[in-house]
Design a protein around this ligand. Structure first.
Ligand code: UDP
Ligand code: MG
Length: 320
């Protein structure tokens, strides 16, 4: 059997529990790309879903030769699922990364492709609005980008940009050389450089299913970490230290006010206590921060593969 020729464009779609939305996603993707004039495939990555997402994907694969399906051995999280999909993208010219939940409208892809054809290697889709998201999520996202911009240095992290973007083959090859375990994809996309341009669009609310990112889940995630990794107690030190420092500052304030009003029968002792507590808190906080980095070094030194593939069914796309 001769292996089929590679498509020009790969669409990579990580999905975790997206059974409701996938058929609709695929329908909209196929119609959005219909007039593109490029041979394309779509790589659906099943990131250890606990519903029938994988079966839905296999159904799409059976019905449409342009569909490839990658099944990971368990849930690895979006960043790694995305990387797995990019590893398996056969597109010889470009690749597009898009969420399955239709928050990134597939109808924007032709605009990304057009800008890429003008000669840009990275074309990222930038949101105009964040419909259907809480003010808290909007506020935390805004604060996040502001902080990242401060810390980013030479690497420019575009605001209001998710993972939804197009990469040329050479930009993708550069990205795939970065194999770190702690994969902050937005940062990695920015780090590789290459000529980049934004395309603006309106971000829609989720079409179906629920978001996998919420504050409660993030909190539980950190608790989980305490029992399974040795890194997390260092994190606890960060917050214990911060709390101690805050409480000590309040106590200091109380002592000052009380002394001003009532005088001070035992000179020196209360202020001493406040200083000791404050410094102790700050020290623990600093240790915690060092621990954050140490933990990451620990994870990287294990040099584990990023993921394991349970099954890969390539697309049956042929050129021309
Ligand atoms: N996703 C994934 N693995 C996960 C969590 C999410 O592959 O562990 C996928 C999910 O199916 C979706 C995309 O990543 O296609 C974005 O997830 P979500 O919509 O939950 O995130 P948000 O849009 O709220 O940032
Ligand atoms: Mg989403």
């Amino acid at each position: 059997m001769t292996s089929p020729e590679a498509p020009a464009l790969s669409i990579v779609v990580p999905a975790y529990n997206e059974q409701e939305v996938l058929p609709e996603f695929h329908r909209r993707l196929a119609s959005a790309l219909a007039g593109l004039g490029l041979v394309w495939e779509v790589v659906y990555v099943n990131d250890g879903s606990r519903d029938t997402t994988f079966e839905v994907m296999l159904g799409l694969q059976a019905a449409d030769p342009r569909v490839a399906v990658l099944n990971l051995s368990r849930n690895f999280g979006k960043e790694i699922a995305l990387t797995a999909g990019l590893d398996h993208a056969r597109g010889t010219q470009a690749v597009v990364v898009i969420d399955a939940d239709l928050q990134d409208p597939p109808e924007v892809i032709p605009a990304l492709v057009a800008t890429w054809q003008e000669g840009f290697d990275v074309v990222y889709a930038q949101r105009n609005t964040r419909e259907g998201e809480t003010w808290l999520k909007k506020a935390t996202a805004a604060a996040f980008y502001r902080v990242m911009q401060r810390l980013g240095g030479k690497v420019h992290l575009p605001p209001d940009t998710g993972d939804f973007r197009l990469l040329s083959r050479r930009a993708l090859d550069a990205l795939l050389k970065l194999r770190e375990q702690h994969r902050f994809m937005k940062g990695l996309f920015a780090w590789i450089g290459f000529p980049a341009k934004a395309v603006r669009y309106d971000r829609a609310p989720r079409a179906a299913g629920t978001t996998k990112w919420n504050y409660w889940k993030l909190w539980n995630f950190s608790l989980e970490g305490i029992t399974s990794f040795t890194v997390a107690p260092l994190k606890v030190a960060t917050y214990v230290g911060l709390l101690t420092a805050i409480l000590a500052s309040l106590y200091l304030l109380l002592i000052v006010v009380r002394t001003l009003i009532f005088g001070n029968p035992v000179a020196g002792y209360p202020s001493l206590l406040a200083v000791v507590l404050f410094l102790g808190g700050v020290q623990m906080m600093m240790l915690g921060i060092i621990g954050e980095y140490l933990g990451r070094i620990f994870n990287e030194t294990k040099q584990r593969p990023l993921y394991f593939t349970e099954r890969y069914v390539p697309s049956r796309v042929t050129e021309g």
